[in-house]
Write a protein that binds this ligand. Structure first.
Ligand code: PDD
Length: 285
């Protein structure tokens, strides 16, 4: 079955889907994206993803190319045409096509929009969750507005590759003060020895993950203690548990950081419980 992409108003076989070489996303990374989980064929937390998209677009002064409701229709159509049961829908919006010039293109230049969707390997995801993953730390070298979900991901790409080359699944960025900001494609969490769940406050130094937001609700429902603050790599080494969150992976326990075991080296109870209960708190549409 050929995959179908939505590109600027048309549904096309992915091999025929293309964007202009003068698209500003291609030339300047001048665009934003969203990744939304699909579970049992339904969108997970669509409303929150679209709200964050609107915020990212507004921060970059790119016009929203269609209404949230119309975007929802496109999401569902791409999910349906690609027969996605469990996987992701990917959306990218750029400032459009224009002769290359760093400054914004002329008013009225239409943003470009692409939506794709694909199934993910559910069994593999469950295995990662059951085994836990390794993380390495890398120096934070991104710009100061990573709260904007920009497609400009070069440091994240290099960090993820560094992780892979060290046999790890994720890289955690560490700021100059030795504090973890977030993962290359996930938010970072620890559980302290005295049972407090810690994740960095959502300021400009991290992406305010949608999974993170829902996990905060799950924690509250469980009556677990939360501290929204930065934690150091040393604290992470001394933690009882660690885990990462993202739309495509939900909650994944971290069992090694820079080669050293976290806690007893097995997935933690809190991370596993959060993963189990996540979808009871998420919104389906
Ligand atoms: N990544 N931080 C970064 C840098 C991310 O790229 C992501 C998501 C997150 C978690 O956000 P959310 O819970 O909304 O997925 C945090 C997506 C999945 C990606 O780039 O594929």
């Amino acid at each position: 079955m050929s995959r179908i992409a939505y590109v600027n108003g048309r549904y096309l076989p992915q091999r025929d889907a293309s964007v202009n070489i003068e698209d500003r996303g291609y030339q300047f990374s001048d665009g934003v994206y969203e990744v939304c989980e699909v579970s049992e064929g339904r969108l997970v937390d669509e409303r929150r993803h679209i709200e964050r998209l609107q915020r990212s677009l507004a921060e970059l002064r790119i016009a929203m190319p269609m209404s949230p409701a119309a975007l929802g229709v496109v999401f569902r159509e791409v999910v349906r045409r690609n027969r996605v049961r469990w996987g992701i829908v990917y959306l990218q919006i750029t400032r459009g096509v224009s002769r290359r010039d760093h400054a914004f293109p002329p008013p009225g230049t239409a943003p470009s929009i692409v939506v794709t969707a694909r199934n993910l390997d559910f069994a593999n995801a469950e295995k990662l969750a059951a085994d836990g993953v390794a993380v390495v730390t890398v120096p934070e070298n991104r710009w100061e507005r990573v709260d904007i979900k920009s497609v400009s991901l070069l440091p994240n790409v290099l960090a993820k590759q560094a992780a892979r080359e060290q046999g790890a699944r994720e890289a955690w960025f560490v700021d100059k003060e030795g504090r973890v900001t977030e993962g290359s494609s996930s938010n970072a969490w620890i559980v302290t020895r005295d049972g407090k769940v810690v994740t960095r406050q959502a300021d400009h130094a991290i992406l305010r993950g949608i999974t993170r937001t829902v996990v905060l609700e799950v924690l509250a429902a469980h009556g677990l203690k939360l501290e929204e603050r930065a934690f150091t790599v040393d604290e992470a080494h001394a933690a009882r548990e660690a885990f990462v969150t993202s739309a495509s992976q939900i909650v994944i326990p971290v069992v090694r950081i820079d080669g050293r075991p976290v806690g007893n080296g097995a997935p933690g109870l809190i991370a596993s419980a959060l993963r189990r209960d996540f979808h009871r708190h998420a919104e389906f549409s």
